[in-house]
Write a protein that binds this ligand. Structure first.
Ligand SMILES: [Zn+2]
Length: 423
């Protein structure tokens, strides 16, 4: 019993571990080379298994939709209109490291020294300083040759075990809870097929963060820019005064970008950047691909203006050249929408306080599914789920921190059940 009105119940540790191992063994790597949705068969397979488990747990509104997303609802067990809370995790794993034949192994009561993988590789404390804080805990490691897939199957297993604990312990009070397992998050398509009206939630949490005790409350705001250069091609023999070389113009443009900062390789923390990641073309046409990133959404416009001005300068140097910029909106800082529902951040922080655990609010130098959901009107911070070394072959997850996450969510759903949201 914790506090007067909230409580945690013991988590079934063995069952959680069993679930997690079962999920990670299914290869669900997203495939960026196809337009299919979901991009890989494994996501459908895992989704089917989860659906069966949700039905077995007694959730009647459970289904897998045509795109492979798994939806389920757990009805409220309190009187009155409690806010509807959605819990979101993604089924796919990163395509950036091998994910076939994942053979997880469990390290019970980790000794705090270099972490040894089944294939003989080690992860040193220097390579992963977070290991120092994990002594005595149970770690689940990849075999050393593949991903583990704790990103985000830790989140998936946490949500499944939370639901089981809520059903088995009706004394844990909660409002309506929606479960949503998404596909293809790792290739930027995680929210493409989410119908927010169907989800019909007041607040959501992605369970997709590293370590323990972190509430991610900010992400970058992001735009993409393509700069087109239209030159004029003609046989070099007769080119004098007639050829306009788009490649040279593009190179001139690149040379005009800030040289001492404002790039990913020269910034950290709250600093934004202009990131050139692609260039293509020939004499007649060339294009440069650029990402704009900042925690300050207004700064994206400043970046775009800077690039527009640079385009004008290049055009002046290459008479007859045409330069055009195409700016595509990508996602917006989570914070922009969280201001409309402060409880989305306050309650998870309060839940850590109830548990007497340290916590921090953090910023992500990237986007989450939550950035897009928040922008569409559903405030969605991201919570820790015990993941470490993600997207690498030396990935591991901390079982004890996964349990901590479930306990935190048990408190969080109770806090939300007592909350009122003004319409
Ligand atoms: Zn993830």
């Amino acid at each position: 019993m914790i506090g007067a009105s909230t409580q945690v119940v013991p988590i079934n540790r063995d069952r959680l571990l069993e679930r997690f191992i079962k999920y990670v063994k299914i290869d669900t790597a997203a495939d960026p080379t196809t337009d299919r949705y979901p991009s890989s068969q494994g996501q459908l397979e895992l989704g089917k298994i989860l659906l069966e488990e949700l039905v077995e747990l007694g959730l009647d509104e459970a289904y897998q939709d045509d795109y492979g997303l798994v939806w389920a609802s757990l009805p409220s067990n309190v009187e009155g209109d409690a806010p509807t809370l959605a819990l979101v995790a993604h089924l796919d794993t990163s395509p950036e490291a091998p994910s076939n034949n994942i053979s997880p192994h469990v390290v019970e009561s980790y000794d705090g020294k270099d972490l040894c993988f089944a294939n003989g590789e080690t992860l040193t404390i220097e390579q992963c300083p977070e290991l120092q804080g994990l002594q005595g805990k149970t770690l689940v490691c990849s075999g050393g040759d593949t991903l583990l897939g704790g990103d985000d199957k830790a989140g998936v297993a946490i949500i499944m075990e939370l639901v089981a604990s809520l059903i088995e312990n009706p004394n844990l009070k909660h409002g309506p809870i929606k479960i949503l397992m998404t596909c293809d998050e790792e290739i930027g398509r995680g929210t493409d097929k989410i119908d927010l009206q169907q989800l019909n939630a007041d607040v959501a949490y992605t369970i997709d963060g590293g370590g323990a005790g972190v509430v991610d409350t900010e992400t970058f705001s992001a735009d993409a820019v393509t700069v087109h250069f239209k030159g004029r091609n003609i046989h070099p023999a007769i080119a004098k005064g007639r050829m306009i070389n788009a490649i040279r113009a593009a190179a001139d443009f690149l040379a005009g970008l800030p040289s001492n900062g404002c790039s990913p390789e020269s910034t950290e923390g709250r600093e934004g950047f202009i990131h050139v990641y692609g260039i293509s073309g020939g004499v007649g046409d060339a294009a440069i691909e650029i990402l704009l990133r900042s925690f300050d959404t207004n700064q994206l416009e400043e970046y775009a203006e800077y690039l527009t001005d640079l385009g004008v300068k290049v055009r002046e140097k290459f008479p007859g050249l045409e330069v055009s910029l195409e700016v595509t909106k990508q996602y917006r800082n989570l914070r922009d929408s969280l201001v409309n529902l402060p409880a989305a951040v306050d309650l998870p922080c309060q839940a850590f306080e109830v548990l007497g655990r340290p916590y921090e609010q953090a910023i992500i130098r990237g986007g989450t599914d939550g950035s897009q959901l928040s922008e569409k009107g559903l405030p969605t911070p991201n919570l820790s789920s015990g993941q470490y070394q993600i997207h690498s072959v030396k990935e591991f997850a901390c079982l004890d921190e996964m349990i901590e996450s479930i306990e935190h969510l048990q408190i969080l759903v109770q806090l939300w059940s007592m909350e009122k949201i003004e319409a």
